[in-house]
Write a protein that binds this ligand. Structure first.
Ligand SMILES: [Zn+2]
Length: 465
């Protein structure tokens, strides 16, 4: 069932930023025991209202001049929302504004939040738009006082009623449940710790009492990802232990996924967070080196690889063990010899020969040269790719909001750095750092380059290593 009590809330404001702009009107429709009560008040923002916003909302200076300030109505607002699930359209906006208004008065404000944009998105995944006007049209809602706080709050309540009229209740309840499933916070985190985390791409670090992070993660939606560590449904034993130690969260925003992946890779390699088992494995990536002359493959760590010459290198493999597994698979497919692949000591017929799976290079049934040639052919699909550009390339990523653009520079599969403004880009291009080859970065780039827009630079801009 839909949460009860619930408060449908809409605010009018002087602008878009909760930290700097102020509330000019509050409208609340509270449903308690199925009964609706409505309340709204204009609010004197104690600052000017931009003309464009006056035109949009119809709320003018003269209307708010004699209205109460937020301080005057704060306790009324708190009482009307108390105990309710807070429902708003693009709820982060309204919730953030109220939090800041209460914060200015030295009061904490927290509520369970349900965003009707998210709800609409979950239930109408194919629809391109979920703004209030779209909802009004899609669900045939009446909209008398559009762009006024109470008018818009009523529309949200009407939207929910329309949903229960048009869609199976269990479907709606499941969607609501998924959105509300946010998290009882870990015991040592301050209340509201999640509110500071943006819903943008980036990386986050969990800290205990120790200065080294417990965990590093990345996401295209930081807040959602961080919250998912604490939501009861998905909690693993690992997350439970992590929660009990967690006292502080830090995050860094990036414009997009690539920037987050690069930064995560860098942090995991330098910090070795205790709870990052999966990620730590990425620091153990290796490549196989196979010469033209017959000899068993070498197992090479990235730091001994010269990025300009990847000829004869294969991988990356997540560990020595994974590489050996691949060799055994190749042996099974191509009747290759375990002994010559270095999978077992060099005496007598190999294990594969004994079970008739080796073509017999170990017993002279095939020349070592012919075997090696077949081995290199079998490995060919794993060959590390040559850098397909003349020199440096840049990849630009812009956030969905358009507020942030990151430029990442690479050469020879090496990450030279990322910047978010033009002057730093020039500095980086003028003196690109010497970057070590890194199989994790290689893998990240290989997978994503085909989908990225790459800008290349003339060769003279890319001095050799
Ligand atoms: Zn053999």
């Amino acid at each position: 069932m839909f949460p009860d009590p619930v408060a449908f809330v809409d605010l009018e404001t002087t602008g878009m930023t909760a930290s700097g702009d102020r509330v000019t009107e509050v409208g609340i429709v509270r449903i308690d025991g199925g009964r609706a009560t409505e309340w709204s008040s204009l609010v004197n923002p104690e600052c000017s209202i931009p003309p464009a916003i006056q035109a949009l909302t119809g709320i003018t200076h003269s209307m708010v001049a004699s209205a109460p300030t937020f301080a005057d109505i704060a306790s009324e607002v708190a009482t009307r929302i108390a105990g309710c699930v807070f429902v708003a359209h693009n709820a982060r906006f309204d919730y953030g504004f109220l939090k800041h208004e209460f914060g200015r008065l030295g009061q904490a404000f927290t509520a369970k939040v349900l965003c009707t944009v998210k709800l609409s998105r979950r239930l109408f995944a194919d629809a391109a738009r979920h703004n209030l006007d779209t909802l009004i049209e899609r669900h045939g809602l009446s909209s008398d006082d559009r762009h006024r706080a109470l008018g818009d709050a009523r529309i949200l309540w009407a939207f929910i009623q329309a949903l229960y009229r048009d869609r199976p209740a269990d479907e709606i309840d499941a969607a609501v449940g998924r959105i509300l499933r946010t998290p009882s916070l870990p015991p040592h985190l301050p209340a509201g710790a999640l509110d500071a985390i943006p819903e943008s791409p980036g990386i986050y670090r969990f800290y205990g009492l120790n200065p080294m992070p417990l965990y590093v993660g990345k996401s295209i939606n930081l807040r959602e990802r961080v919250a998912s560590h604490f939501s009861s449904d998905y909690r693993s034993a690992n997350d439970l232990r992590l929660s009990s130690e967690l006292v502080r969260i830090e995050f860094e925003e990036t414009a997009g996924e690539l920037g987050a992946l690069l930064r995560e890779s860098q942090l995991v390699k330098s910090l070795f967070p205790a709870y990052n088992q999966r990620l730590r494995r990425r620091t153990d990536l290796i490549a196989l080196g196979v010469m033209a002359e017959p000899s068993p493959p070498d197992y090479l760590r990235a730091d001994v690889i010269e990025p300009r010459d990847l000829h004869g290198l294969y991988g990356p493999f997540s560990s020595r063990r994974a590489a050996r597994e691949t060799l055994r698979d190749l042996s099974a497919q191509a009747a290759l010899c375990w002994r010559l692949l270095g999978l077992e000591p060099r005496t007598g017929p190999c294990f594969a020969r004994q079970i008739k799976k080796c073509a017999g290079a170990c017993v002279g049934a095939e020349t070592i040269e012919a075997h090696h040639e077949r081995f290199r052919q079998a490995l060919a699909p794993y060959a590390l790719r040559r850098w397909p550009y003349a020199g440096i390339i840049s990849v630009q990523e812009t956030s969905l909001t358009g507020e942030r653009t990151d430029v990442h520079l690479f050469r020879d599969w090496c990450w030279l750095g990322s910047v978010d403004d033009a002057s730093s880009l020039h500095a980086l291009l003028d003196a690109p750092p010497r970057a070590a080859f890194d199989l994790d970065i290689y893998r990240i780039l290989c997978k994503r380059l085909p989908r990225l827009r790459v800008h290349t630079y003339p060769r003279d801009l890319s001095p050799a290593h």
